[in-house]
Design a protein around this ligand. Structure first.
Ligand code: GUN
Ligand code: ZN
Length: 434
């Protein structure tokens, strides 16, 4: 194959470590006039334009983005495809919200044509918002996952998804059985897991909607194939936590239910974790599991405030999740805006560089994909964004007052949204142009 080489010149910023581990200054690299070189969909060089240009052939194609910032693509570690049509549903907290709005909306995915239509809308929305990798809940219907992966494959995106397993405490029209969920998940794994940049996640919705038999089979699936993911929800809402105690009185608590069925591990991502206790954080960390912090959802559904400092204390892997449609935005910039406020309400700070880490390298680590995505290190996939400093009149004016990249980054995360993302590149291809 002939080499396709392209270079991109702009201000360039990426996370290279967790500020909680190395301190803020050692956690990032910033090139005020930087150059990113991409060979056949992978990053081959990153550095100061003045230094790198000298080493490149004179005829190399260079795209210049003045007044813009290149960052790695954003990583959303928790989102629901079949809830795209019900974002912003009024008035309820988790359990009533599920019954009143969520389940009826997800039922429409029994129809293949509907699944395909929404999958296209959903992927466009991810890319418009700069999300290049997401860990995605489908509906209970295998066609939701087939539609999603088929659309992601066309664009060569790195995506992870799974069919919801749910065999009790939900309407009949939306439940599978322990056996059918096992067989349908297995067929999807055989078809999609490891194909191109796609990965499969075994997806029991949450403990209340699975029988012990179904949770057993979910654990069994994880043992049958290498590198499968597991995604579910945990300790999001106080009533939910109480319900789990009633349903599984023999277990020590919510996490212990999943632990008992062997669902913890290095590729397991638990959404929310708002009401986890110290011991549960320690056990999650010990098993290499990760938590998806979903601030817009936790505020919108009145679930509570995620304790990020406690997770950091335990060295627990944390990624960011939009949790659309419990969350109210596909934008990880807007998600970080709310994350900052969630920390403020707990008397804590969220530095802009920690925020950048959470949206990129932290998410990649939560998904064990840091060798491929989450940074702009040479050798990794060329999934990156061009953020426009002049996206709106207010952003433009505000950034002209900025005295540092820290201030610029923080303002991007406070005022920024989909309008800020001018271009999205995945595997070196331009997949969104505003
Ligand atoms: N817990 C179980 N299902 C869901 C869901 O669809 N969204 C959220 N936010 N929490 C859940
Ligand atoms: Zn969710």
């Amino acid at each position: 194959m002939p080499l396709t080489r392209k270079a991109y010149r702009a201000a360039i910023l990426h996370s290279i470590a967790d500020p909680a581990e190395v301190g803020i200054e050692a956690s990032y690299e910033y090139f005020e006039d930087g150059l990113l070189v991409v060979d056949n969909g992978q990053i081959s060089a990153l550095g100061h334009a003045s230094e790198l240009l000298a080493s490149l052939p004179a005829d190399i194609e260079i795209t210049h983005y003045p007044d813009a910032l290149i960052t790695p693509g954003f990583i959303d570690t928790h989102i629901h495809l079949p809830q795209t049509g019900m974002v912003g549903a009024y008035g309820e907290q988790l359990l009533d919200w599920l019954n009143t709005y969520t389940f009826p909306c997800e039922s429409q995915f029994a129809d293949q044509a509907h699944a395909e239509e929404v999958a296209e809308i959903f992927i466009k929305e991810l890319l418009r918002n700069g999300t290049t990798t997401a860990l995605v809940f489908g509906s209970v219907h295998p066609q939701s996952v087939n539609a999603f992966f088929a659309a992601a494959e066309k664009l060569d995106l790195r995506m992870i998804a799974g069919k919801v397993m749910m065999d009790r405490n939900a309407p009949d029209y939306l439940t599978d059985t322990a056996e059918s969920s096992y067989l349908e998940s297995k067929a999807l794994i055989e078809r999609w897991h490891g194909k191109g940049r796609l990965h499969y996640a075994v997806t029991p919705r949450f403990a209340p909607t699975s029988t012990p038999e179904q949770l057993t089979l979910a654990g069994q699936l994880l043992g049958e194939y290498p590198d499968l993911y597991m995604q579910t929800h945990i300790s999001e809402n106080v009533q939910e936590v109480e319900w789990v105690k009633e349903l599984f009185p023999e277990r020590k608590g919510y996490l212990d239910v999943y632990d008992h069925y062997q669902l913890l591990g290095e590729r397991s991502v638990f959404a929310h974790g708002v009401h986890l206790c110290d011991d549960e954080c320690a056990r999650l960390a010990q098993t290499g599991s990760a938590v998806a912090f979903c601030p817009t959802s936790n505020l919108f559904l009145g679930s509570g405030l995620f304790n990020l400092p406690m997770a950091e204390k335990h060295k627990l892997n944390v990624g960011l999740g939009t949790d659309v449609g419990g969350g109210t935005s596909f934008s990880l910039l807007q998600t970080l805006n709310e994350a900052y406020k969630v920390m403020q309400l707990q008397g804590a700070r969220l530095s802009p560089f920690k925020s950048l880490y959470l949206a990129t390298l932290g998410g990649a680590r939560a998904l064990r994909l840091e060798e491929r995505i989450g940074t702009l290190q040479p050798g990794t996939d060329a999934d990156f964004l061009v953020l426009d400093y002049n996206a709106t009149p207010l952003l433009s004016y505000r950034l002209k007052q900025s005295k540092s990249i820290a201030e610029t980054l923080f303002v991007l995360m406070t005022l920024g949204d989909d309008r800020t993302v001018a271009q999205t590149y995945a595997a070196g291809n331009l997949v969104h142009q505003r």
